[in-house]
Design a protein around this ligand. Structure first.
Ligand SMILES: *[C@@H]1O[C@H](CO)[C@@H](O)[C@H](O)[C@H]1NC(C)=O
Ligand SMILES: *[C@@H]1O[C@H](CO)[C@@H](O)[C@H](O)[C@H]1NC(C)=O
Ligand SMILES: *[C@@H]1O[C@H](CO)[C@@H](O)[C@H](O)[C@H]1NC(C)=O
Ligand SMILES: *[C@@H]1O[C@H](CO)[C@@H](O)[C@H](O)[C@H]1NC(C)=O
Ligand SMILES: *[C@@H]1O[C@H](CO)[C@@H](O)[C@H](O)[C@H]1NC(C)=O
Ligand SMILES: *[C@@H]1O[C@H](CO)[C@@H](O)[C@H](O)[C@H]1NC(C)=O
Ligand SMILES: *[C@@H]1O[C@H](CO)[C@@H](O)[C@H](O)[C@H]1NC(C)=O
Ligand SMILES: *[C@@H]1O[C@H](CO)[C@@H](O)[C@H](O)[C@H]1NC(C)=O
Ligand SMILES: *[C@@H]1O[C@H](CO)[C@@H](O)[C@H](O)[C@H]1NC(C)=O
Ligand SMILES: *[C@@H]1O[C@H](CO)[C@@H](O)[C@H](O)[C@H]1NC(C)=O
Length: 748
C-alpha cells in the first residue's frame, strides 16, 4: 500500500517534470528553508531510515536536489518530516506527494530578554529543596544560545553521576574544546538553518555561548552553588539555580533563531531523554498546527517531558506567546530586592533612592546645586546648566516624571557634575551606564530634599553619598513586570494564559566572561554574573521548580506538574494587596495567570487537574482543525474526535460572553487526589458583581490516593459585569490544602 503510494508519487513527479520543461528557462528562483510535515506511516519499507526517504523525495523532484546538505534536518520526535532548502516551485511540487501533510517557509524568532541587565532576584524554597534533594537526577534541557561551560555555576561539586538513561552528547572537539561534566551533561549545536539563512559564523559551530542568554537561563534553572556572586557588588550572595542538583543539557540554536534549528534541537532533546524542557524564545503567533514550538512540545509532553516556555515581552493585552495548553507559559514578576544608594544632607537627613552605579563611590561634603531659581536648570534641561556653576557639585534634577532622564544624565556629564540626584517616581531607569554617580529619589522624599535645598540656598550641601547597597524587603513585591506579555491568548482565548508568573526582573545568574555588562568610564566592564530581565529569565525559574517537583513526584505527568504550580500560586503581594503592575495599578488573572509561583506549596497540592493525550486531542478536535492540520500536529493518521470540546481539564477557567450569546457557560472538571488517602474537600467561590459561579457538587470526598472525582461549574453573567471580571473557585480540605482556580469572565 505505502509502496504503491510511493510509485504514484514518482509518477506524478514525472508528469510534473514533463510539464515543467516549458519553465526551464525562467528566472532562477530564490532558495528558502521550508519545514515539511510528512506522514511517516507512508514511508516505503525499502527505505531503512526516514532520512534516506526524505533525501529520495528531494532527489526525485523535477529539479532534483543532489546536494544532501540541502536537507537540513530529518525530524522523528518533535514532528514527522524534514526541513530543506527549496525553491518555491520545488516546495509546491512536494505538496503533490501523498505523504505530504503540510509545508511552510520557516520563520525567524527572538529571545525573550530585555537586553538591559538591570535589577535582580531569586527565591530559595527550602522545603521543596530538601524533599527533592535539590532536584537530584532530573535532566533539564534548554533550547537557547549555548552555555559557557567554565562558569562556576556549572561546576560538578556534589553532583550525582550522569544518569544511565541519558542518551545525549557533548559536542567537544579539538577546534572547539567544550568540557562537559556531571552538571553539564550535554551540549549540542543546531546551526544548519541559521547558516543557510546566512546568519551564522564560526562561533556557532560550537555549543559555547557568545551571547550570554543561554548561560544565564541555564544557570538560573540548575546552576550549582557559587558563593559570593554579584554584579559589581549589587545582589551579592550565593548564586545558585533553582534545581542545583539537576543536570543541564544545552541545545544551542544560534543566529536569528531559525525554526528548522529549534525543531532539530527539540527533536534531539526528546530523543536524548530530558525530563524538563525550557525555552526562552519564540516565534510570531500562529495556530498550533503552524507553530513549531507547539507541535514539538506536544510530542515532548506525550513522552512525559514537561515543557516550560517564556510568555514573551510584549507587555500589552492579547500578546501571550508559547501558549498552547500543553505548555507551561510563564510571565515575569519583580522581586523584593532593590539596588540603592543613600544621601545624607547638610541637615543630617538621610534619604534612600535607587541606583545601579557600579562603583563604591563615597562622596563627602560636596555642595548641592538646585538651579538657582531657573526652572530650566531645575529640571536639568539639555544645555541649561553652566559648567562653571555646577562642576564638582551634586546636582539636584527635578525629573518631574519626565521619561527623558537619559538627557538629564547627559547634561550632568556635559557640565562635569560630581553626582546627580533625580526626583522621579518612575523606577525603570537604567542608571548603570553613567560615568557619574546618580541616584533616583521618589517624589515623596524628593520634596524633602527640594525643601532643604531651597532653605539652605547657597549653603546647601551633601554630607555623604553612598553607592552599591542592596536592600531587601522592597514593597510591594512581587509586581507583574511591565514588559510581561498579557492574556488573553490571541490563538485560543478560551484557555487562560499566561499560566503563572515567576521572577523575571533583575535576575542574577552566570554569563560568559566575554560579555560586557556595563559601560563605565570609557571601559566595558565584564562580570561572571549579571542582572538580566525578561520572561526569558522567569521561564527557567519554573523549569527549575518543575525539576524539583519531578524529583519528588516522578510519576506526575507534565499536566500534573503544571496543575500543582498553578493551584498553589499566590495572588497577594508582600504588602497584602492583590498583585499590581509596576505603576501599582490593579491587575487581573489575564496579567498573572494563576498567580506567582509558590514552590513549597506546589510540592503538596492536594488535588491535581490531569490531562492525558486524548484530552489534548479532544481540544484540537474542538478547534475544528482539518485532517492535514490534525496530522501535522498529532503525527499520526488516526484519532478519535468523539469527545470534542474547546475547554479542557485545565486548572483555570475562561468564560467568554458576547452580545446575543447565552449568558451561562458550563464547564466540567475531573480532579485527582494526590494528597492524603481520606480527604473531604468543600468548595469556596469568590466572585464579583454581575457574575454568579455555581459548583455541583459542593463537596468532594476521597477515600484513597489517585481517586478521581468530577464536578460541574456554571458561570452566569447578568449584564452588569465589567468587560474583564474574575473570581476564584477553591477546593479546601480539612488538612489545609487549598486548590485554587481563577475564573475569568470576558464580555464583548
Ligand atoms: C528532609 O527530607 C528528608 C528525606 O526526604 C526528611 O526525612 C526530612 O524530614 C526533611 N526535613 C525537613 C526539615 O523537612
Ligand atoms: C574535550 O576535548 C579536548 C580536546 O580534544 C580534550 O582534551 C578533553 O579531554 C575533552 N573533554 C571531554 C570531557 O571530552
Ligand atoms: C527654558 O527653555 C526653553 C526651551 O528651550 C526656552 O524657550 C526658555 O527661554 C528657557 N528659559 C530660560 C529662563 O532660560
Ligand atoms: C556661566 O557662569 C559664569 C560664572 O557665573 C558666567 O561668567 C558665564 O557667563 C556663564 N555662562 C553662560 C553661558 O551663561
Ligand atoms: C512638571 O510637569 C507638570 C505637568 O506635566 C507641569 O505642569 C509643570 O510645569 C512641570 N514642572 C516643571 C518644573 O517643569
Ligand atoms: C509620577 O508618575 C508615577 C507613575 O506614573 C505616578 O504614580 C506619580 O503619581 C507621578 N508623580 C507626580 C508628582 O506626578
Ligand atoms: C487578539 O489578537 C488577534 C491577532 O493577534 C486578533 O485577531 C484578535 O482580534 C485580538 N483580540 C482582541 C480581543 O483584541
Ligand atoms: C502598604 O500598605 C500600607 C497599608 O495598607 C499602605 O499604607 C502603604 O502605602 C502600602 N505601601 C505600598 C508601597 O504600597
Ligand atoms: C472514541 O472514543 C469514545 C469515547 O472514549 C469511545 O467510546 C469510542 O469507541 C472511540 N472510537 C474509536 C473508533 O476508538
Ligand atoms: C448549565 O448547567 C446548569 C446546571 O448547573 C443547567 O441547568 C443548564 O442547562 C446548563 N446549560 C447548558 C447550556 O448546558
Amino acid at each position: 500500500m505505502s509502496l504503491c503510494n510511493y510509485q504514484h508519487f514518482i509518477l506524478s513527479f514525472l508528469l510534473v517534470l514533463l510539464l515543467g520543461i516549458n519553465n526551464a528557462m525562467s528566472e532562477p528562483e530564490e532558495y528558502n528553508t521550508y519545514i515539511v510535515h510528512m506522514d511517516h506511516s507512508l514511508k516505503p519499507s525499502s527505505f531503512l531510515t526516514h532520512e534516506t526517504w526524505h533525501l529520495a523525495i528531494l532527489r526525485s523532484l523535477s529539479k532534483p536536489v543532489h546536494d544532501k546538505d540541502m536537507l537540513l534536518y530529518s525530524y522523528n520526535h518533535a514532528m514527522h518530516g524534514f526541513s530543506a532548502r527549496l525553491t518555491p516551485s520545488q516546495a509546491s511540487e512536494i505538496k503533490k506527494s501523498p505523504a505530504h501533510i503540510a509545508i511552510h517557509k520557516e520563520k525567524s524568532g527572538k529571545l525573550f530578554t530585555t537586553h538591559s541587565p538591570q535589577f535582580m532576584g531569586l527565591t530559595h524554597p527550602s522545603g521543596l529543596w530538601n524533599a527533592s534533594s535539590y532536584g537530584e537526577g532530573v535532566i533539564i534541557g534548554l533550547v537557547d544560545t549555548g552555555v559557557w561551560p567554565e562558569s562556576e555555576s556549572f561546576n560538578e561539586k556534589g553532583m550525582p553521576p550522569v544518569p544511565t538513561r541519558w542518551k545525549g552528547k557533548c559536542q567537544n572537539s579539538t577546534i572547539n574544546p567544550f568540557p562537559c561534566n556531571r552538571k553539564l551533561i550535554g551540549a549540542q549545536v543546531f546551526f544548519k538553518g541559521s547558516q543557510a539563512a546566512g546568519e551564522s559564523n564560526s562561533q556557532d559551530h560550537s555549543p559555547r555561548d557568545f551571547d550570554g542568554h543561554g548561560t544565564h537561563t541555564s544557570s538560573t534553572a540548575a546552576g550549582n552553588h557559587v558563593p559570593g556572586a554579584s554584579q559589581f557588588g549589587y545582589a551579592k550572595g550565593v548564586a545558585r539555580g533553582i534545581a542545583p542538583r539537576a543536570h543541564v543539557a544545552m541545545y544551542k540554536v544560534p543566529g536569528g533563531i531559525r525554526q528548522s534549528d529549534v525543531l532539530a534541537a527539540m527533536d534531539q532533546a526528546i530523543a536524548d531523554g530530558v525530563d524538563i524542557m525550557s525555552l526562552s524564545l519564540g516565534f510570531k503567533h500562529k495556530p498550533y498546527f503552524r507553530d513549531a514550538i507547539a507541535i514539538a512540545s506536544l510530542s515532548a509532553v506525550q513522552k512525559g517531558i514537561a515543557v516550560v516556555c517564556a510568555a514573551g515581552n510584549d507587555g500589552s493585552p492579547n500578546t501571550t506567546q508559547n501558549a498552547a495548553p500543553w505548555i507551561t507559559t510563564v510571565g515575569a514578576g519583580t522581586i523584593d530586592r532593590s539596588f540603592t544608594a543613600t544621601v545624607t544632607l547638610g541637615n543630617d537627613q538621610t534619604l534612600e533612592g535607587l541606583s545601579e552605579f557600579p562603583n563604591r563611590v563615597l562622596l563627602i561634603d560636596t555642595p548641592l546645586y538646585n538651579g538657582n531659581g531657573d526652572s530650566n536648570k531645575t529640571i536639568c534641561l539639555t544645555g541649561a546648566l553652566n559648567e562653571s556653576e555646577v562642576s564638582g557639585k551634586v546636582v539636584l534634577c527635578d525629573n518631574n516624571n519626565s521619561t527623558e532622564v537619559i538627557d538629564q544624565m547627559q547634561e550632568l556629564e556635559r557640565v562635569n557634575a560630581a553626582a546627580g540626584i533625580f526626583i522621579s517616581d518612575w523606577t525603570l531607569y537604567d542608571t548603570a551606564d553613567n560615568t557619574i554617580p546618580t541616584l533616583i529619589l521618589p517624589t515623596s522624599s524628593g520634596a524633602l530634599i527640594k525643601k532643604y535645598a531651597t532653605e539652605a540656598a547657597d549653603d546647601a550641601s551633601v554630607k555623604i553619598m553612598r553607592f552599591v547597597l542592596t536592600s531587601l524587603g522592597t514593597k510591594p513585591a512581587p509586581q507583574v513586570a511591565d514588559f510581561s506579555s498579557r492574556g488573553p491568548d490571541p490563538i485560543n482565548p478560551n484557555i487562560l494564559k499566561p499560566d503563572i508568573i515567576a521572577p523575571g526582573v533583575d535576575v542574577l545568574a552566570a554569563i560568559p566572561p566575554t560579555i560586557p555588562v556595563q559601560y563605565f568610564d570609557n571601559y566595558f566592564l565584564a562580570s561572571d554574573y549579571a542582572l538580566y530581565s525578561g520572561t526569558s529569565m522567569s521561564a527557567p525559574h519554573v523549569a527549575g521548580v518543575s525539576a524539583l517537583l519531578k524529583a519528588v513526584h516522578p510519576e506526575w505527568s507534565p499536566a500534573a506538574i503544571r496543575s500543582a504550580l498553578m493551584t498553589t500560586a499566590y495572588t497577594t503581594n508582600n504588602n497584602g494587596t492583590t498583585l499590581t503592575d509596576e505603576a501599582l495599578d490593579p491587575l487581573t488573572p489575564l496579567d498573572y495567570g494563576a498567580g506567582h509561583i509558590n514552590p513549597n506549596k506546589a510540592m503538596d497540592p492536594g488535588l491535581i487537574y490531569d490531562i492525558d493525550w486524548q484530552g489534548y486531542v479532544d481540544l484540537l478536535c474542538g478547534l475544528g482543525y482539518n485532517d492535514r492540520q490534525m496530522k501535522a500536529i498529532l503525527r499520526q493518521s488516526q484519532w478519535n474526535c468523539s469527545q470534542e470540546r474547546i475547554d479542557i481539564n485545565y486548572p483555570s477557567f475562561v468564560a467568554m460572553f458576547s452580545a446575543g450569546s447565552p449568558n451561562v457557560k458550563n464547564f466540567t472538571r475531573t480532579v485527582t487526589n494526590v494528597g492524603d488517602d481520606q480527604s473531604v474537600y468543600q468548595v469556596i467561590v469568590e466572585t464579583t458583581h454581575g457574575i454568579t459561579i455555581r459548583v455541583e457538587p459542593t463537596t468532594l470526598t476521597f477515600t484513597n490516593k489517585y481517586q478521581q472525582q468530577k464536578y460541574a461549574v456554571s458561570v452566569q453573567m447578568d449584564g452588569k459585569a465589567s468587560p474583564v471580571a474574575y473570581g476564584y473557585l477553591k477546593w479546601v480540605d480539612q488538612n489545609g490544602h487549598i486548590v485554587a482556580s481563577p475564573v475569568v469572565v470576558l464580555n464583548s
